[in-house]
Design a protein around this ligand. Sequence first.
Ligand SMILES: Cc1cc2nc3c(=O)[nH]c(=O)nc-3n(C[C@H](O)[C@H](O)[C@H](O)COP(=O)(O)OP(=O)(O)OC[C@H]3O[C@@H](n4cnc5c(N)ncnc54)[C@H](O)[C@@H]3O)c2cc1C
Ligand code: FES
Length: 503
Amino acid sequence: MAAAGTDSLWLAGAPPTAYPALEDDCEFDVAVIGGGIAGVSAALLLKRDGARVALLERGVICGGATGFTTAKVSALQETKLSEIDDLHGADGAAAYAAASLAAVARIDELVREEGLDCGWERVAAYTYAGDEEQVDAVVHEAHLALAAGLDVQLTTAVPLPFAVAQAVCLPGQGQLDPVRYVRGLAAAVDGDGSRVFESTAVATVEEGSPCRVRTHGGPTVTARDVIVATNYPLLDRGLFFARMEAARSYLVAARVRGPATDGMLITAGRPSRSLRAHRDGADTWLLVGGEGHLTGSDEAQPARFAALERFVREHFDVIDIPYRWSTQDGMPTDKLPYIGPYTLASSHLFVAAGFQKWGMTSATLAAGVLADRIAGRDNPYAAVFDPNRATVRSAPAVAKAQLWVARHFVGDRLSPAQAGSAADVPAGEARVVRSGLGKIGVYRDEDGIAHGVSLRCTHLGCLLHFNAAERSWDCPCHGSRFDVDGSVLAGPASAALERREAH
Ligand SMILES: Cc1cc2nc3c(=O)[nH]c(=O)nc-3n(C[C@H](O)[C@H](O)[C@H](O)COP(=O)(O)OP(=O)(O)OC[C@H]3O[C@@H](n4cnc5c(N)ncnc54)[C@H](O)[C@@H]3O)c2cc1C
Ligand code: FES
């Protein structure tokens, strides 16, 4: 049984993909694990460099976070430069801004060079003050953006049906349909010695000369270089789980009368509201996102969607709201993505992760950094985003993230069961149920059938929490997610939960 919630607007309208599963042991120059924007973009750049690439995807191409994104392509990203400036100073902020701007240009090139029909259009990006208290944050971001080389302006003229006290605008950014974009890139990867495989879950990678990529109960891919682009890094070496949190946000897509908006907008603080339009034939869509929290939090309730829907109906002329969905991304403790060697000792195993809900640009720049590295070319951003940079280990946020994990690892084991038996679980709901000396998770579906699973996350053993907004079991430690029958929806876990009898 799948998790609740509809497909995203992007996936609902997309034709199915039809790449085969990997069936035999094989050998390539590079294996790329993960068929989201990071993996597919990297695979294409490597193929263009002459490498024979295997792209290995557990589900379908663009069925992960990228299929559920808002897909704004912008170097102005909420108040990201303020966050980076705090930890890395003006040079760090300037490097991030320049790399993001270069990624916008790279996407523009890829769309044209591959002839992609993906709704790519240039629009202005805005960060606006959602209330008076956010005005200072907007002005500060504007100053940092100017200093970092972005051609921004302060303004109160925003393409919204309500007044705002302050906004910063960066013209010439872009938006697209992420599924049509990434699946278009994947089609360009497949062929001429390179292959795309779906329904192919990687279990582990042995780094060596060559590397061996072992799939779950299946064949092995041998490759000189391997890129792990699984959103949350699949392999525990490198200790990414100690320096990256997983955070979810929610989206609704409303069909509206009138023009919606001709910009891409986001508030400078909470409650976060992120808006963009999408035109499809006669329909004008407004996408509104926000209401984020860490994965596995008990905030994962239907109220998150309800708050977004209230906002849309309050400000726009809504016809209907047929799509609502949610997804998650990795949040590095020192606010910069992880792009480069997997560990200090790695020379053939690489990672691309930690895109902080801005992966359209960051994953694209990751593809360039990794392709350059594998081809032996210099890249001006390689050192900035090196996963093994000094700041990732010293940032105070590491301690905060570890405290959150420790609290859940121990506290959740001590907390009492919510029901004495599966019979006490109402239809359409889930409970942590006592079972012998331990606890199991039980969800009862609308037909009255109870679905029982072990609550022990197959990654590192934290106990799962029920996500009532999307009907899944989510891990508060590093963001793994499982459906009510235990299948993996999101990593780093790669093995399913054990099923349990639900009496
Ligand atoms: C609500 C929300 C809105 C966002 N909006 C924006 C936006 O407007 N602009 C922007 O720039 N960014 C945005 N982002 C961020 C952006 O969507 C992500 O950063 C980006 O999609 C991440 O791409 P990815 O390739 O790393 O991950 P994914 O798209 O998740 O791809 C990883 C793939 O790896 C596969 N995989 C995992 N484990 C295995 C395994 N063991 N074997 C094989 N395959 C595996 C998965 O199935 C998945 O398909 C948003 C994020 C969220 C949460
Ligand atoms: S995701 Fe790491 S323990 Fe669950």
